[in-house]
Ligand binder design. Structure first.
Ligand code: AMP
Length: 405
């Protein structure tokens, strides 16, 4: 953030899309608010005034019966208390995103003061990346800072179009976004070797591009979770009632072949914890992952696979992890994910660099209390996935700047 913020009004796009309690609308996980603090504190220390903007949820998809926005549920006012508690500075809430009130409040904002605009997605124009709406947002401030990594893969008005209205000297990435890009670059550009990627989660189809790209980059690719069974079946294995995407089996075989051609070690779980129902109360036992009886489904990797995966991870100097090894939300099927998380933490202690790249693996690492024992935990699921797939994020491109490792 090498911009002089002194006496400047700074429009900051943050990702305050935090989970709220369904009844009280209180913030239930404030991680995203906390992660924005270095940027906000930096601007205030530099003598700036902050105009915050963010989206919260999907208000246009949950309209009330009369077609109006459910303001009570989606207003950013719901997060003001938590924000003030964490930032330690009064926050003036503006009940509109743009308009006369927003313009007046922004005009009266003094050095060191903070205001928060209403949910950007209350305006239909936000998701359309509308120029007029973006120009109204831009007119509130002298400088634009984008710190919303979680939405940097969306070409929306407040994340992308608004940047057009500021020249290079009046816009920059916030510290969180910069950090996310730097850590991703450490994995994608010249990673220290051996480079081990662990990919899990439910579906092959969600991670196809990621897997394909990783085979070009890694030394070892570990595939666990529900998606492993599509690979098993594609090889001719019996997977019982495990998750399977029949229409991705050909692709799974192509990926296996590609890994072979490139000399990449591809590890699939040789054994699984199988259950007779998708439930924590189900009967369970261990079976080879390619000999799962009918009526049983693989819900976690088995002990043999845990050991094999842990050994591969232990030697790594660069580790990327995206997606759990099993249905870790159920305690009976969380062991594989726990052991992999521990192996990633151990490898980090041994000098490896580990990036936990989004979504459920982030939840798993947090749940296991290991978030401080890995090198970096990303705040952006979809955005990190796209970055690792090699895509250029619209919110990053719009800034006309690059960040290297
Ligand atoms: P994703 O969002 O694709 O990373 O998938 C995460 C979800 O995959 C989690 O909710 C897990 O419970 C689920 N999952 C992981 N392994 C399995 C499995 N073997 N069978 C069914 N679901 C799984």
């Amino acid at each position: 953030m090498n911009i002089n913020f002194s006496d400047k009004k700074v429009l900051v796009r943050v990702d305050f899309n935090v989970p709220l309690d369904k009844q009280t609308f209180e913030v239930t996980d404030d991680t995203r608010i906390r992660r924005a603090m270095p940027t906000l504190e930096g601007i205030l220390e530099g003598g700036g005034a902050i105009i915050l903007m963010s989206h919260l949820g999907r208000p246009q998809k949950a309209l009330k019966e009369d077609g109006s926005i459910d303001v009570e549920r989606f207003t950013l006012k719901n997060i003001v208390g938590k924000l003030v508690e964490i930032l330690g500075v009064e926050v003036r809430f503006c009940e509109e995103t743009v308009g006369e009130k927003a313009t007046e409040m922004a005009a009266n904002l003094k050095r060191g003061q903070v205001m928060l605009l209403e949910n950007t997605r209350f305006q239909k124009e936000e998701k359309k990346g509308d120029k007029e709406f973006a120009s109204q947002l831009a007119s509130l401030a002298d400088v634009y800072v984008n710190d919303a990594f979680g939405t940097a893969h969306r070409a929306h008005a407040s994340t992308t179009t608004v940047a057009e209205f500021f020249d290079a000297d009046h816009k920059c990435f916030g510290l969180l976004l910069e950090n996310e890009l730097r850590n991703a670059a450490r994995v994608t550009n010249n990673p220290e070797r051996p480079f081990v990627a662990i990919v899990g989660g439910a579906k092959v189809s969600d991670k196809m591009l990621l897997l394909d790209r990783l085979i070009d980059q890694v030394d070892t690719l570990i595939i666990g979770g529900g998606m492993a069974y599509t690979f098993m079946k594609a090889r001719g294995g019996q997977i019982g009632n495990s998750l399977c995407e029949e229409d991705r089996m050909a692709l799974a075989n192509e990926l296996v072949q590609k890994a072979k051609d490139k000399g990449v070690e591809l590890l699939l779980p040789s054994d699984s914890v199988v259950a007779d129902a998708f439930s924590n109360d189900a009967q369970f036992k261990v079976a080879p992952s390619d000999l799962i009886p009918d009526g049983w489904m693989g819900l976690d990797i088995g002990v043999y696979a845990q050991n094999e995966f842990s050994q591969a991870i232990n030697n790594a100097k660069t580790i990327l992890w995206n997606g759990p090894m099993g249905v870790f939300e159920m305690s009976k099927f969380a062991n594989g994910t726990k052991l992999v998380a521990q192996a990633v933490a151990d490898a980090t202690k041994n000098g490896g660099f580990s990036l936990i790249g989004g979504g459920d693996s982030v939840a798993a690492v947090n749940q296991m209390g290991l978030s401080k024992e890995v090198s970096y935990v990303s705040t952006g699921g979809g955005a990190m996935l796209e970055l690792l797939e090699g895509k250029e994020l619209p919110g990053v491109k719009a800034m006309g700047k690059t960040i290297n490792a």
